[in-house]
Design a protein around this ligand. Structure first.
Ligand code: ZN
Length: 227
């Protein structure tokens, strides 16, 4: 796993599996971890890595309910997980699916984890909306179309925008609903323009210019696939 400092108050960790990203954001004496790395060793190393960097973890967020983004509680079992209302509804409709997917992945690769994934009390967050963090405010924006659920998380005081599974430099657009996907890209554009750095769900953090380039390219790909 690679740790990349993108701002004094933001560390991005990139998993060796699918380059799934995990973003730690701090403000005052509070901090959130958005999404998660995938491998057991990465999740075991994460608390010490953040502690050494003086990043407190007071809560977890997930950009969407795909299992590889939901593993934060394996590293921070005491922390509550906040997700968009759409993701909370999906988790309610598919109880046990995420835990089962983790088990299947682990069986395929002979991986061992100390405990099974339990999501605990999932907090459904209104999106669009805001969540408070150490005297600052995170913006939550709807981001569906890759899946039926999801949100982008923007920390305006840092200029860092976590978009979930959009704008990836390492995978082609994975589209469940083309119209919703295009609407999300349209919604993301002004946010990317306000951002300094964009963290895709998979792949290294992007400069604003690179993110805008990918946004245009992905719009074209999705539009063409629709025809
Ligand atoms: Zn993903």
């Amino acid at each position: 796993m690679r740790a990349v400092g993108v701002h004094a108050d933001v560390i991005v960790v990139v998993s060796q599996v699918w380059q799934t990203t995990c973003t730690a954001i701090r403000a005052g004496d509070e901090g959130f971890v958005v999404d998660s790395p995938v491998l057991p060793a990465e999740l075991e190393a994460l608390p010490a890595l953040l502690e050494q960097s003086r990043f407190p973890v007071t809560g977890l967020l997930a950009t969407h309910a795909d299992w590889d983004h939901l593993l934060g509680r394996l590293a921070f079992p005491q922390a509550a997980l906040g997700v968009a209302e759409t993701s909370a509804a999906r988790l309610r409709a598919e109880p046990g699916d995420a835990a089962r997917a983790v088990r299947e992945f682990d069986e395929e690769w002979y991986l061992r984890r100390e405990r099974p994934l339990t999501l605990g009390d999932v907090q459904a967050l209104p999106v669009p909306g805001h969540v408070e963090l150490g005297g600052q405010e995170l913006e939550l924006h709807p981001a569906d179309g890759h899946t039926v659920d999801g949100m982008a998380v923007f920390a305006p005081w840092t200029g860092v925008l976590c978009v979930g599974d959009y704008l990836s430099p390492v995978e082609a657009p994975d589209v469940a609903a083309p119209e919703a996907y295009l609407a999300t890209l349209r919604r993301l554009r002004p946010l990317v323009e306000r951002a300094e750095m964009v963290v895709p769900g998979h792949g290294e953090p992007l400069s604003r210019a690179r993110a805008l380039e990918l946004l245009g390219a992905h719009e074209e790909i999705v539009r063409a696939s629709r025809a």
